[in-house]
Design a protein around this ligand. Structure first.
Ligand code: ARG
Length: 468
């Protein structure tokens, strides 16, 4: 990037007698971060110039020359030959200034009937539309990995927890399908936000529209927007769509952080439910035995910055009067950071999933040791006409006894069990075992392997976009 020099005349310089203070130039520039919008800026400019030619403001030759000039600039940027200049403040003026330098007067006509205010709003919408599609694809890729893992774990039993205390046995695939539900909602949210991103501000100019007879439907079609924005004041100042994107990203990261938390727990020495592949763990500089789940920890950690960006964006918009204010330049760094963070997190998290091996015996043992079938015993008693509250009490005493005897519930003899209730018969063992417990929860949404297999098949079909 070049610093200011006298040959770089400000495009808005006509009104000014003194040069911009160097401190001001540093403080107000956005080129150091908004050059990322170059592709969208060029797309928007080409659509605008074609529209101007269509309504007779530019000749076809002028519009062609603008389009060619912009395409050359695009190549220069992509080849790293374009020199960005702080003196031109932002991506819009850098490109426009270079265009005029290269093609002369036609370049100077490009800004007719437009302002940087509708230009930047258009650019950022084009950018976010793509970011939304990328995010959706990456979430779906993660879903695919999780469903693949789930396919082999339908009959794997582990304890389900409430309060992080062993609660009831569940199928591991059922657990993974719960994660999949979270991600499916994330995809829905991104898709829903996309509708409000895909609206075109171009034509709103600075805030009040323009006196030229612009054809907004035409530029809208060229840029693939759903419709032109209905109100010029709102169009240049609205950043709701950006907040919505960041809100969807925040929930996604919160979901990932919850998954990470469980992965960290499951990989811990005390659980050993899973082993994460070496390629996705790191070691300690002092403790040679350590193999740490750093990916999961970092993704969990990174969720905080995405939520922080949401907060920054909401505060940015709070109390802003209509229409555009320079405050809005502050929308870019948080949203770019959010995009980078979710992309990187989704990529590495999805790559880690196939490296996980499942230690089924440890999962099973943890469910056995935790008296996870106590509720099944209570429900068994209810089926034997015992009121639920009484059944709860009886099973509480049974568990207390089993703990004192250092036995698991299925290890208690029928004689022992009958001391707590004479209605208990041999068939009690059908529900006391972990398999009996999970098998009995066979209704829609339940954890019985037969139901989980149906749910998994349906989840895979939804992911592939098959009609249900
Ligand atoms: N760099 C500015 C931004 O990101 C572009 C719009 C500036 N408009 C203006 N009137 N100063 O918001």
């Amino acid at each position: 990037m070049s610093d200011s020099n006298n040959t770089e005349k400000k495009l808005w310089g006509g009104r000014f007698k003194e040069p911009t203070d160097a401190l001001v130039e540093d403080f107000t520039e956005s080129i150091s971060f908004d050059s990322r919008l170059y592709e969208q800026d060029i797309l928007g400019s080409i659509a605008h110039s074609r529209m101007l030619a269509r309504i007779g403001i530019l000749t076809t030759e002028e519009a062609d020359s603008i389009e060619n000039g912009l395409n050359v600039i695009k190549t220069q940027i992509e080849d790293g030959e374009f020199i960005w200049s702080k003196a031109y403040e932002d991506v819009h003026m850098n490109i426009e200034a270079r265009l005029s330098e290269a093609i002369g007067d036609a370049g100077k006509k490009l800004h007719t009937g437009r302002s940087r205010n509708d230009q930047v709003a258009t650019d950022i919408r084009l950018y976010l539309r793509e970011a939304t599609d990328d995010a959706i694809e990456l979430v779906k890729n993660l879903q695919h990995q999780l469903l693949e893992l789930a396919s082999g774990e339908i009959d794997t039993i582990l304890p389900g927890y409430t309060h992080l205390q062993v609660a009831q046995p569940i199928s591991f695939a059922h657990h993974l399908l719960a994660w999949n539900e979270m991600l499916e909602r994330d995809v829905e949210r991104f898709n829903d936000g996309r509708k409000r991103i895909n609206v075109m501000p171009l034509g709103s100019a600075a805030l009040a529209g323009t006196s030229f007879p612009i054809d907004r439907e035409y530029s809208c079609d060229l840029l693939g927007f759903e419709r032109p924005a209905r109100n010029s004041l709102d169009a240049v100042s609205d950043r709701d769509f950006l907040i919505e994107f960041n809100a969807a990203a925040s929930l996604l990261m919160i979901h990932l952080s919850r998954m990470c938390e469980e992965i960290i727990l499951w990989a811990s020495e005390s659980h050993k439910f899973i082993t994460i592949g070496d390629a996705f763990c790191t070691g300690s500089s002092i403790m040679p035995q350590k193999k740490n789940p750093d990916i999961a920890e970092l993704v969990r950690g990174k969720s905080s910055r995405v939520v922080g960006n949401l907060s920054a964006l909401m505060m940015l918009m709070k109390s802003q009067p209509l229409a555009y204010n320079r405050d809005n330049q502050e929308d870019k760094e948080p949203i770019f950071d959010t995009i980078d963070t979710i992309n990187a997190s989704l990529r590495v998290f999805a790559a880690m999933i196939p490296s996980i091996s499942v230690n089924r015996e440890n999962m099973y043992r943890a469910a056995l040791n935790g008296y996870a079938t106590a509720t099944d015993l209570a429900e068994y008693l209810v089926r034997k006409e015992v009121p639920f509250r009484d059944a709860h009490e009886i099973v509480g005493s049974t568990v207390h006894y089993a703990i004192s005897e250092k036995k698991n519930l299925p290890d208690l003899t029928l004689e022992e069990l009958r001391t707590f209730g004479t209605m208990i018969d041999d068939d009690v063992y059908d529900v006391l075992t972990l398999e009996g417990s999970v098998n009995s929860r066979k209704h829609l949404g339940g954890t019985a392997p037969q139901q989980v297999a149906i749910a998994l098949k349906a989840a895979k079909e939804r992911l592939l976009g098959k009609p249900q």
